[in-house]
Ligand binder design. Sequence first.
Ligand code: DC
Length: 229
Amino acid sequence: MTVPDIIIAIDGYSSTGKSSFAKLMAKELGFLYLDSGALYRGVTLFAQEEKFISPSNEINPALEAALQGLDLWFASDNRTFIGERCIEKEIRTMEVSSQVSPIAAVPYVRRFVDAKLHELAGGGRVIMDGRDIGTTVFPNAEIKIFMTAAPEVRAQRRYDELVMKGENPVLEEVQENLRQRDYIDSHRETSPLSRASDAFILDNSNMTISEEVAWVKGLIKGKFNLYDD
Ligand code: DC
């Protein structure tokens, strides 16, 4: 199947498996994958290390000017970097997760990330995941998916992921972090998480990743009248 130069937007709640799915889909279609959450996480790590955010989530407005000098980028294997330093591991810790939502609620941070996504997306053939890709960042994306899954399924997935990475999480804390992030992400003033009216809902509580890929490929085929090669 030869897919045209389109943009695929995957939005949804935390830990619905958006990035694993989007990465696999990108590989299958030969598309570029962009993880917008990694950019918010990168800004959060930067803000923490440079003390622009306090433990009680107070954000120093000087962060806005400092972002102009922040060289945040993705390598071709999707790892996230600040300058020469790979920050892939650091941005996935609970420490970053616990402050990323307040950082992502700041309008100038959102403008910084949106501009970066537009710059990186170029002319299309890109699949992006996040919270507001189909509603705000690329409202004209040709294919929009809104991913969801039962909260207990999501918490367990996130917990397993952290264990795999060698962390020592507490399930209740993971559940609470997800609950808080869902709340802040859906209630913030600037581009809250919401389903675009033209997004297809994908509830993957009981689906395998290959079933998800087959489902979305079916959507693409239907939309563009494509056939298997
Ligand atoms: O997808 P993730 O869990 O890595 O995203 C981390 C945080 O970044 C998430 O809690 C909300 C925020 N985010 C956002 O506000 N908008 C996006 N497009 C992507 C992520």
